[in-house]
Design a protein around this ligand. Structure first.
Ligand code: 16G
Length: 431
């Protein structure tokens, strides 16, 4: 009863805005920051319950809207593995985020706690909180803290600003400044740190570069050896297949790609907007370590095995991060003796174009599990195919965004003009 009273009391502090309808999307809840306090508070409660359910364990709660504009914010939960919240809990997240009153919220929590057999009261739960540099983050972090500690026996530990977001006038730049001191053999120049008045994600950042296909603010064409890539470009897929690698597709979003990659001994996943990492299975790493024991130190094979083991430690196997990815690229280039230019010339991306279309209801678009074809609205895929057929090397798809209220259109073709025109005509079909 004290638990219920405490939940009712704290939830009164965070009334839910009228007509708010949220769903735990690709990477948690996202939306206009001014509407999110009740959501973040409720996700705080969920995180505490998750920690009690898996006790003893620590859960992560991250306040960020990643690449979205600075006025948005969001919240997502990490499981003890460091990976994303188990998808089995997402329906509960949706339910409590949308509960229209404190009474309904408490009823939902009660029912869930019973069903999941979570013992409140005698357990100890711990939730680590962090946020990106968005100005709205501070108040939302307080809301999360109140949510976490309104579940009896649970504490919040504040690790504010511990997370990265694209290094686009965000925390990435700040962390890189610190790391720079440890990397004496690397010449690192950090731009767009946000300290010079730059706005998070505005005309900067991996997602911006990928979608707009221009260099970020503060860089000239001469600075950038790499061309912009786009949504697993058809040419990159061909290149990887040519290396004899098995290439599979998954729905957009780290949580889905991670799951697929974990099925392999060595699984590499990436999204053209910068997300990705390499996963090594435990069995494979122990096999390597065992194998090394039988090899003579300093031999080629010994060194090769050691390099693989080192890579498995350097790369962030939880969800991947920009800094470990960047360091790994540097390691590989040095090992191969390649320049950035040489790396970039391994294959040539097909020209591509991405556009977003605002629609009254993006959920009207339903795709296949790999998001390469639209199943609904009926007939739209045939119409898209009709457009694709008009272009050499044409490829296009539509999908509802998991982070913004839009439908995304991706198109590629053998020339930029064709890719632009294909994207335009598919966008017309969506409107
Ligand atoms: C989120 C995802 C990212 C995905 C992007 C797609 C995580 C950590 N982040 O930022 O993987 O590429 O959404 O956004 O999962 P969209 O659905 O709006 O195209």
């Amino acid at each position: 009863e004290t638990q219920i009273a405490s939940l009712l009391k704290s939830s009164d502090l965070f009334p839910i805005p009228q007509s708010l309808k949220l769903s735990y999307g690709t990477a948690g809840f996202r939306g206009d920051a001014t509407l999110l306090a009740s959501t973040v508070y409720r996700v705080g409660i969920l995180s505490s319950l998750r920690s009690l359910k898996l006790a003893p364990s620590t859960i992560g709660l991250m306040i960020t809207a990643s690449q979205n504009k600075v006025s948005d914010n969001g919240v997502k939960v990490s499981d003890p593995s460091g990976g994303m919240l188990s998808q089995e809990w997402e329906p509960f997240a949706d339910q409590i985020a949308n509960a229209s009153s404190p009474q309904k919220l408490v009823a939902l929590i009660r029912e869930f706690v019973e069903r999941e057999e979570i013992s409140i009261g005698d357990g100890k739960g711990e939730v680590w909180l962090a946020r990106d540099t968005r100005p709205s983050g501070e108040a939302l972090l307080r809301a999360a803290e109140i949510g976490v500690s309104s579940v009896s026996g649970c504490v919040a530990v504040d690790y504010s600003s511990a997370a990265l977001d694209d290094g686009a006038n965000g925390v990435g730049g700040e962390k890189m400044e610190v790391l720079k001191g440890y990397l004496r053999n690397l010449d690192i120049e950090i731009r767009n740190t946000g300290r010079d008045g730059g706005v998070l994600n505005e005309i900067v950042g991996a997602d911006f570069v990928q979608k707009e296909k221009v260099v970020p603010l503060g860089f000239g064409v001469n600075d950038v050896g790499l061309r912009c890539t786009a949504y697993a470009n058809g040419a990159s897929t061909d290149y990887l297949k040519g290396l004899g690698l098995e290439v599979i597709f998954a729905k957009t979003g780290v949580k889905r790609l991670h799951k697929k990659a974990a099925e392999f001994d060595v699984g590499i996943y990436f999204e053209a907007n910068g997300h990705g990492t390499i996963l090594f299975s435990e069995d494979y790493v122990s096999l390597l370590v065992d194998k090394r024991k039988g090899l003579s130190e300093g031999s080629d094979e010994y060194n090769a095995v050691s390099r693989l083991v080192a890579v498995s430690k350097l790369i962030n196997q939880a969800v991947g991060d920009a800094i470990s990815g960047l360091l790994l690229v540097e390691v590989v280039l040095r090992h191969m003796g390649w320049s950035v230019q040489k790396w970039n010339e391994l294959y040539k991306d097909l020209p591509s174009r991405q556009v977003k279309v605002e629609v009254p209801d993006r959920t009207a678009v339903v795709t296949t599990s790999e998001e390469t074809e639209a199943l609904k609205p009926l007939g739209i895929q045939d119409a898209i195919n009709g457009e694709i057929r008009k272009y050499k090397r044409g490829r296009a798809f539509i999908r509802p965004s998991g982070t913004e209220d839009v439908v995304r259109v991706y198109a590629e073709a053998s020339t930029q003009e064709d890719a632009d025109s294909l994207a335009d005509s598919v966008a017309q079909l969506v409107k």
